[in-house]
Design a protein around this ligand. Structure first.
Ligand code: GDP
Ligand code: ZN
Length: 375
């Protein structure tokens, strides 16, 4: 079992590596990409526009983590401090993706203290630092750009991703037992998003005070290496175990609206005070929420990022890639009659046979078919 999983993981990585290589060779669009504002209001005069490397050569440098974005710049955390930074005129992020995202590691040229008169007013007019470059990303939580599909070619579609959070180790997928009812298909999708972005998926099933979690589903997820934690933010149950899994790591939250993400943050992070919703309307889905990405420090170490952009992430990829994210199916694909079998209608399909016989969980097979239809 473990061996099979390892193999399929590696194949997934090969796929993504190949995609990335394509990215490097077929680009031009992203040169002009602008930063995604997160609606943080900042006085424009704080942003001195684009000094070049040479002007900044004698300034001290430091590497920090991007914790927020605004037009023309970003907030960068250095140690305990959050600096408001503008962008160097020479800042050229690798093309093909969002220029800067929460979680990115950026090198900043620090603005020296104003030594002439000690006039505080002058300091207010300057950025605290200038972003020179960003490090390559270890992981990326991304979503395809909704505007991309029609007019672009296949290559361009691959590139049209928006990175919502970078370098997060864990994608914390939050669901609820009831209100709203648990959606195993959505969990499958989020697990794919996690694996594509090279993050580890962890599932938190919240609101267990409203119903017992389905052991079958937990076993299915566990069989694919996904850890599941059952909890109740309301009754403060199961939180220690969840916290232990997140401690000293960086995690980003995902999950449908109303499952209790904000409530979980509030019970995990003392003093977070995230507003929770008591009434929700259909057209008020999180995707359109205006709040910025927020970064929380977990007690005992670790960070938790909550961004409104991940409430309902779409999966976008080549249909042929999908089976690799279903390791229980990928393992059987070699036994199908056709080596390009899609496991949907072909005769002598080992995957279909296994699903019918229950050797592959029928729910997983259905989930595969449903996701495939959307691609
Ligand atoms: P979010 O949209 O995912 O951030 O969800 P919220 O945290 O705003 O929670 C949505 C609703 O679910 C609120 O009314 C919460 O009080 C409620 N809720 C959150 N956690 C629990 C829980 O563990 N049990 C129950 N019964 N309700 C909860
Ligand atoms: Zn097949």
């Amino acid at each position: 079992m473990a061996k099979r999983k390892g193999k399929s993981r590696r194949r997934v990585k090969d796929w993504s590596r190949r995609h990335r290589q394509e990215d490097l060779t077929s680009l031009d669009a992203a040169e002009s990409e602008t930063l995604q504002p997160d609606r943080v209001k900042l006085p424009a005069f704080r942003l001195q526009r684009g000094p070049g490397e040479s002007e900044l050569a004698d300034r001290p440098r430091a590497e920090g983590m991007v914790t927020g974005l605004f037009p023309g710049g970003a907030r960068v955390r250095l140690g305990e401090e959050d600096l408001l930074c503008s962008l160097a005129g020479t800042f050229r992020p690798p093309p093909g993706s969002t220029a800067l995202a929460v979680g990115d590691r950026a090198t900043v040229a620090l603005t020296p203290p104003q030594h002439t008169s000690g006039d505080k007013e002058i300091d207010k007019d300057r950025a605290d630092g200038v972003i020179l470059s960003r490090q390559p990303r270890q992981t990326a939580l991304s979503r395809p750009q909704p505007t991309s599909s029609k007019r672009r070619g296949r290559h361009d579609e691959d590139l049209a991703e928006k990175v919502i959070a970078a370098n997060m180790e864990i994608l914390l997928i939050v669901t609820s037992m009831r209100q709203p009812p648990i959606r195993p298909g959505l969990i499958d999708r989020f697990c794919i998003v996690a694996e594509r972005g090279e993050m580890r998926p962890i599932v938190a099933i919240n609101k267990i005070d409203l119903g017992e979690p389905d052991e079958g589903l937990i076993a299915e997820l566990a069989a694919n290496d996904v850890a599941v934690f059952c909890c109740s933010a309301l009754q403060r149950r199961g939180l220690e175990e969840l916290l232990a899994a997140l401690r000293h790591r960086s995690s980003v939250l995902a999950g449908a609206s109303g499952v209790g993400k904000s409530s979980l943050i509030n019970v995990l992070v003392p003093g977070a005070n995230v507003p929770t919703k008591t009434i929700r309307m259909k057209d008020k889905r999180g995707r359109h929420a205006t709040a910025a990405a927020k970064l929380y420090e977990l007690p005992g170490g670790g960070i938790l990022v909550d961004t409104p952009g991940v409430r309902e992430l779409a999966v976008e990829m080549d249909q042929r890639e999908l089976p690799w994210y279903f390791p229980e199916m990928a393992a059987l694909a070699g036994e199908c009659k056709f080596n390009n079998c899609t496991h949907t209608h072909e005769p002598d399909c080992a995957v279909r046979r296994a699903a019918e016989a229950g050797r592959i969980p029928p729910r997983r097979y259905q989930s595969y078919l449903r996701i495939r239809e959307t691609l």
